[in-house]
Design a protein around this ligand. Structure first.
Ligand code: A2P
Ligand code: MG
Ligand code: MG
Ligand code: MG
Length: 358
């Protein structure tokens, strides 16, 4: 049986290095935001983090396929020159302060031209065969721009099954027992040692968290979802952006379950990490538009981390997320994540509320 130890080590270090880059972009105050064709934002941080992660994966696993969110189109040609130069300066200047760790990742990229090709190596169509990595270089770009939560996300799928998942959450508290709060202020993340956590999981081996570091990896701690005796005591998380998840439906579902605590709204897959460490209990993502299809890079790492921490992750119908169908989760609508033993109860409430709307 494959242990995935090397894959996990590379994934953790690659996410840690990419997170160093996104943190430095956050503090540079010029984020080089562009609007993509679907009107969602992309920043120099998204491009830079994707380049660094793919370069590390190619160095270690040259035959693996990669499904990544961004493409280099907007950085090519004369029009993209200034942004390209800024991204290249960032990529060139980001190193882990540990020579051995940098060596594992293959060190620096060769040139700005090769950086563009590396970014575009994330164009695989995905599918149900072979080894495929899914990358969201910055998940929750809107949270990142606001100084709220965001996550650098990486997962390895083998024959459509998520085997390894890593989430870098620079603005979440290091401590697993800290109460769950909405996005923190931008300055708080600079309090050395208090903020910044890496979540990880390997299929069949449990989920872990560890403090973020600028050098090698810190010691890992095992994490579990919080045991929930009464569903009415649950704390649930949802998106900050009302356009990403229906907050009205979530409130109706919570009320059906007798939940009285207000929701905790945070951007990105930080929601998956938070419930996996027991800082919250449920993650509700209710479709706003019938035509929106979720992307695999927005869920693969979080799905495994929550399941390995004792949870169950499905769509609003109660079906497992299907990562075998290409770049999107085209057979699933919404996401419901909860501790295993209460998950079916939550789905019942979800179905009642959604059926009542039709
Ligand atoms: N209409 C939508 N419904 C659900 N998710 C969306 C929608 N539009 C964008 N997203 C994606 O939701 C993710 C963030 O969700 P959250 O609200 O949990 O932070 C982002 O990856 C974002 O994609 P994108 O990366 O293109 O912005
Ligand atoms: Mg995303
Ligand atoms: Mg993204
Ligand atoms: Mg995006």
């Amino acid at each position: 049986m494959t242990s995935y130890d090397h894959e996990l080590n590379v994934a953790l270090l690659a996410v840690q290095r990419a997170t160093l880059l996104t943190k430095s972009v956050f503090h540079s105050h010029a984020k080089g935001t562009l609007n993509k064709s679907d009107a969602s934002p992309v920043t120099i941080g998204d491009f830079g983090a994707q380049a660094l992660i793919i370069s590390a994966l190619q160095h270690n696993f040259p035959d693996d396929e990669i499904v990544a969110e961004e493409e280099a189109k907007d950085l090519r040609g004369d029009e993209g020159k200034t942004t390209r130069e800024t991204v290249w300066d960032l990529v060139k200047g980001t190193k882990l302060e540990d020579g051995k760790a940098e060596e594992v990742l293959g060190g620096a990229l060769k040139s700005d031209e090769s950086m563009l090709d590396i970014i575009d190596k994330g164009a695989s169509q995905g599918g149900s065969k072979g080894r495929i990595w899914a990358i969201d270089p910055i998940d929750g770009t809107k949270g990142f721009l606001r100084g709220g939560q965001y996550a650098v996300c990486l997962a390895l799928m083998v024959d459509g099954d998520v085997k390894v998942g890593v989430l870098g959450c620079p603005n979440l508290p290091v401590s697993d027992s800290e109460p769950l709060e909405e996005g923190i202020g931008a300055d708080a993340s600079d309090e050395e040692g208090k903020f910044g956590v890496l979540f990880s999981a390997v299929q069949g081996k449990g989920a872990h968290s560890r403090a973020f570091s600028k050098a090698g990896l810190q010691e890992a701690h095992s994490i579990q979802m919080s045991p929930l005796k009464n569903i009415s005591d649950a704390t649930f998380c949802e998106s900050v952006e009302a356009g990403h998840s229906s907050q009205g439906d979530a409130a109706a579902i919570a009320s059906k379950l007798g939940i009285t605590k207000p929701s905790v709204r945070m951007d990105s897959q930080a929601k998956y990490g938070s419930i996996a460490r027991g800082a919250g209990d449920l993650y509700l993502r209710l479709p706003v538009r019938k035509d929106y299809v979720e992307k695999i890079w927005d869920h693969a790492a979080g799905d495994l981390i929550v399941r390995e921490a004792g949870g169950m992750v499905t769509d609003v119908e109660g079906n497992r997320l299907n990562f075998r169908l290409g770049r999107t989760l085209k057979e699933n609508k919404g996401v419901i994540a909860a501790p295993k033993d209460v998950h079916s109860k939550v789905i019942e409430a979800v179905k009642e509320v959604l059926a009542g709307k039709q």
